[in-house]
Design a protein around this ligand. Sequence first.
Ligand code: ATP
Ligand code: MG
Length: 398
Amino acid sequence: MPQPGEWVVMVRYGEIAVKGARARVRMEKLLVNALRESLERAEEPGARITVSQGRVIIEGVTNLEEAARAAARVFGVKSVSPAYRIEFTGLDDLVERAAEFFEFRVKGRVFRVRARRSGVEGFTSKDLERELGAELLKRGAAGVDLEEPEYTAYVEVRGRSAYLYDTVIPGPGGLPLGSEEPVLVLFSGGFDSGVAAWRVMRRGSPAHLVFYDYGVPEALEVALEAAKTLADNWAYGHDMKLYVVNFRPAVLVASGLVAPSYRTLVLRRLMMEHAVALAKRIGAEALVTGESIGQVASQTIRNMMLISGGLELPVIRPLAGHDKDEIVEESRKIGLYDISKRQVEVCGVDSPPTPRGDPPAFRSEYEKVNDVFLPDPVEIKLKHMSIEEIKAKVGVKR
Ligand code: ATP
Ligand code: MG
């Protein structure tokens, strides 16, 4: 009698697989760590995770669908499939057992078989596709269509194990969090900086966030909610923090002293300088913003130079080449849209900046505010507090 199979979650990772051996081992560790946290959040504390032959296999979960969906939100993961694993002795045995599994799933439907194989001798993927396809036709499938089937029966053979599945859930791709150095994201809670934060995290950089509070309660509240959502849904394997800076002293001084057409730029530079100091203190090695070239007058190439030229840390702008509608679409995909759309635009000034700021004029305006005192930021460990606790800590009333 053959052993019964068992349900597992199979996780595929893309880019890690092409790294050198040392980097790969380190990244696989990070990936497994992040997966473990995602499974704890999905209330699967009993899940067992193993890495073998370029796949992560999760065993012992109680809710396969939930576990698979959680794993599909881990950076570095290319795709995830709930799969039925069987052990087999040879091609005939494999075809028989796979046919048993797929029989009622393909009954009356047009289907195809997709097979992959590694570490096994004696037959090819094509042999398996052909034989299993023929067997399923015998057992009541309606027909075969390789281009547009109603159902795809996937078989992945690894040594003497075969994984049978029909669902492929795409993951975010990228690299596991912690593969790259930490960064500090200037985070407003709007569409752009949320997507920018997600993008650098997808490249493996653990992001911390800083919000400059202009004194508009609605803006603060949205920023807190967006930060909390990002941390809960995507920061697996990383203890994401948010820093809230009381920026009102700067806004007050600037609106009294700085020429209106330079106010936004001057405040932005002040933010950047402050963020560099904060980044150094917390060990972040770059700043990240949601700026996109030419999106608004403060984001022309010229004004970006005034805002960030000569800073001691690099400024990464993951959205530099993106159109607004692409950014909004991505915000939807990562689950921030409904929060970010509530964000109000606050620039601390009524008139827009001049699109081609003049360096000497900018410098003399900047000197009027550059020694303004900003109190220490409030530090929030996003994953350790509820949104109510977070709001209470920074004084949002409601
Ligand atoms: P977003 O959608 O991120 O709010 P935006 O299109 O509104 O961006 P701006 O308001 O010009 O553009 O801001 C440009 C970038 O500056 C933002 O993407 C963000 O990185 C940073 N930024 C702006 N306001 C704040 C703030 N109050 N706190 C922290 N960072 C900010
Ligand atoms: Mg904004």
